[in-house]
Design a binder for this molecule. Structure first.
Ligand code: 13P
Ligand code: SF4
Length: 317
């Protein structure tokens, strides 16, 4: 299937027939981002999914994102063009492991990143995304212990920002972001001294970026730790002519659209998420045509997870 004008017309016509809204994460293939009714980060897409009047949500992203939309709107049909699109970070903690961790810290508040399964969300007090993780943790009384899962790099970022000692961090990671490492960033930053650094907090290099600014190697105002959505906002307001981007490479498409005059370069151009890229033009066409794959979350799990997801979309509005 070629992502040409005929493909585009057919996908949009079939979507309308189904009363479907097409959402695409910032890491999707450029042609998928361009056909979607809305693109955005995990938090923005969750909010749009919750507010949409459409009967069907087609989630071009990974499975936990579509599951989150289903948790918020159990009465809607939620489709994902390929249900095999998983997430290594979501796989790094199971419901049973979280239950065991909670038993070791009675009374602690559980904050889970949205990159988790519905079963983990059902054991969670508040979910967060990379754009509101710091606000979510700040909303918890200072004397309560916090269990933060599953991403260790985002957890370290939250701990640094909040200065909170009673925050315990699970040792999970995303294989794509963990692979964007400190030495690579230091080398790219040294070769491009005029560039801003936009760094996703899931990256292995996030701590190194702060080290580079702390040591005066890169001016502090040039180092920005941002969610994918916040990178777009920052691209519109920066004076820099060059930006080094540390996240999944799909992000470059929206950044270049938002600020065509800026030279955006990936810190690691092999940082591509194979799960995100399973949503191909052919898969999207099959999805709108045949109503596949449908995402199901059992009603009891969805009921238990809903409060945590709702708190996430309310905080940091
Ligand atoms: P955000 O879009 O919330 O920054 O998330 C990044 C990510 O890795 C999603 O899988
Ligand atoms: Fe999961 Fe990482 Fe892919 Fe995002 S980039 S979907 S966190 S594996």
């Amino acid at each position: 299937v070629e992502p040409d004008a005929a493909w585009r017309d057919e996908v949009l016509r079939l979507a309308e027939e189904r009363d479907a809204v097409i959402l695409a994460h910032n890491y999707q293939l450029p042609e998928i981002q361009d056909i979607a009714h809305h693109t955005g980060d995990s938090l923005a897409l969750s909010r749009i999914a919750a507010q949409s009047d459409a009967r069907t949500i087609i989630f071009c992203g990974v499975h936990f994102m579509a599951e989150t939309a289903k948790i918020l709107s159990p009465e809607k049909t939620v489709l994902i063009p390929d249900e095999r699109a998983g997430c290594s970070l979501a796989d790094s903690i199971t419901g049973a492991q979280l239950r065991e961790w909670k038993a070791q810290h009675p009374g602690a508040v559980v904050v889970s990143y949205v990159n988790t399964t519905a079963e983990v969300k059902a054991e969670t007090d508040i979910c967060c995304t990379s754009s509101n993780a710091v606000d979510v943790v700040r909303s918890i009384p200072a004397d309560r212990e916090v269990l933060f899962c599953p991403d260790q790099f985002l957890g370290a970022h939250v701990k640094r920002e909040t200065g909170r000692e009673n925050l315990h961090i699970w040792a999970g990671e995303c294989h794509v972001h963990a692979g964007i490492n400190g030495p690579e960033l230091a080398e790219r930053a040294a070769a491009n001294p005029d560039a801003d650094l936009f760094i996703h907090p899931e990256c292995g290099c996030a701590t190194s970026a702060l080290y580079l600014s702390g040591e005066g190697i890169v001016p502090a105002e040039k180092v920005k730790i941002l969610s994918t959505g916040d990178m777009i906002t920052a691209a519109r307001s920066t004076n820099a002519r060059k930006v080094l981007v540390a996240t999944e490479v799909g992000m470059l498409h929206q950044l270049r659209k938002a600020a065509p005059e800026i030279d955006f370069r990936a810190v690691n151009d092999r940082a591509s998420c194979t799960y995100m890229k399973m949503i191909t033009p052919a898969a999207l066409l099959r999805c709108v045509r045949d109503g596949l794959d449908e995402v199901h979350v059992d009603l009891e799990t969805a009921r238990r997870a809903r409060g945590a997801v709702q708190r996430m979309i309310e905080i940091g509005q």
